[in-house]
Design a protein around this ligand. Structure first.
Ligand SMILES: [Zn+2]
Length: 183
């Protein structure tokens, strides 16, 4: 887990946490510091997509009178399940953010800075949540990219309505229930 190879200054000792001590630069215009942090957001999920593996935040903190400006890239693996064929794939996403963490912030327009501690958790959640698709379709326009789809049709899954399918097929059943979406 060496970060030295990335050419940025080594992270502080709190780097395995989403909480950063910014007492050295908060409220001090002109003060800047590079940082890197890694923490777990694997509870961030929607029915067919989820953050998997560690979430990494890397960037620069800049002091301003109101608190600290964070300019960073938030990256994580997102694992998606295709709504049509249930194929599972993982892709890496990186989201660039520039956010103000203010003393007395309200978590509405700015994030809150408390006790000179900048908490990356909510900021990272907000950024990555936008990357989680409601209905992933990994094989659009290319049935061959969907190794499970042909098999499902072969076994007549789409025509079955006599008994309860495995609940994991529910998204697929919903898809076939709406003929507008097919083709
Ligand atoms: Zn698919």
């Amino acid at each position: 887990m060496s970060r030295a190879e990335h050419g940025t200054p080594p992270p502080r000792s709190d780097a395995e946490s989403h909480r950063l001590d910014v007492s050295d630069i908060s409220g001090t215009p002109g003060a800047t510091r590079a940082f890197a942090a890694e923490f777990d957001l694997q509870d961030l999920a929607v029915p067919l997509a989820a953050v998997t593996g560690p979430t990494c935040v890397r960037g620069v903190l800049e002091g301003i009178l109101e608190g600290v400006v964070l300019v960073a890239e938030i990256s994580a693996d997102i694992t998606e399940t295709c709504r049509r064929c249930l194929e599972v794939r993982t892709r890496r996403v990186g989201v660039d953010v520039a956010e103000l963490f203010a003393v007395g912030g309200d978590d509405d327009e700015t994030y809150r800075l408390e006790d000179s501690t900048l908490d990356l958790d909510q900021c990272a959640r907000d950024a990555l949540a936008l990357e989680l698709p409601d209905a992933p379709l990994l094989c659009v326009g290319d049935p061959d990219a969907c190794p499970n789809l042909g098999q499902l049709r072969e076994h007549g899954f789409a025509d079955r309505d006599d008994d309860e399918p495995d609940p994991r097929w529910a998204p697929l059943a919903a898809f076939y229930a709406d003929p507008e979406k097919e083709q």
